[in-house]
Design a protein around this ligand. Structure first.
Ligand code: ADP
Length: 192
């Protein structure tokens, strides 16, 4: 396990299955229909049960499909986590279609929603790097930067952010991104 602290919030990385996390919320890499799907989305709906899908349906009937980069919250159903935050990452289209901005937004809108609900801990999967095809090395940099810059700028109830990476290759890319970005952060801090 790898760990860093930014403004009193701990960022940790683990290799594992996000459906087993007991943080206040887990984040789902959903698609705009919010009707479930493959990958982490399917795993969360399978483990969490019908209640999550029912709430997703209600959200879509009220506000329509969820745009890329936005986030909504439901209960955690049968999961250990009390809430699931559903966000939609970008589909990789070569890097020139605002993918990095949209991925940053998916992480930061999720953190904002968790803060509005006064949550203290949240787990993220590696959004967009499965079926959506975002190269993991780049996505890891964007993901860590998005979280670190949110924690530096915003007042938040969140005390712990956990990245739950499914495979060792993904874990390694996130580990180097966290090392690199937190070193930059510490260098800046000690220069002040
Ligand atoms: P996307 O459509 O956003 O690319 P995917 O679910 O296809 O989402 O993949 C995102 C990442 O989630 C991939 O790294 C995949 O290996 C990982 N993943 C799949 N199942 C789980 C799980 N149960 N817990 C954590 N990560 C998972």
């Amino acid at each position: 396990m790898e760990q860093r602290t930014i403004n009193q919030t701990k960022i940790s990385l683990i290799q594992g299955d996000i459906t087993r996390q007991d943080t206040d919320a887990i984040v789902n890499a959903a698609n705009p229909s919010l009707m479930g799907g493959g990958g982490v989305d399917g795993a969360i709906h399978r483990a969490g049960g019908r209640a999550i899908l029912e709430q997703c349906k209600e959200i879509v009937s009220k506000q329509g499909r969820l745009p890329t980069g936005k986030a909504v919250i439901t209960s955690g159903g049968n999961l250990k986590a009390k809430y699931v935050i559903h966000t939609v990452g970008p589909i990789w289209q070569g890097g020139t279609k605002s993918e990095a901005e949209l991925l940053t937004s998916a992480y930061q809108q999720s953190l904002k929603l968790a803060t509005e609900h006064n949550l203290e801990s949240i787990s993220f999967p590696s959004i967009s790097t499965g079926a959506y095809g975002y190269p993991v090395e780049e996505a890891a940099q964007v993901a860590i930067k998005a979280v670190v810059s949110f924690l530096r700028k915003e007042a938040t109830s969140i005390k712990e952010v956990v990245f739950v990476l499914f495979d060792s290759r993904t874990y390694e890319y996130y580990r180097s991104a966290l090392e690199e970005i937190s070193e930059e952060y510490n260098a800046e801090k000690s220069a002040i």
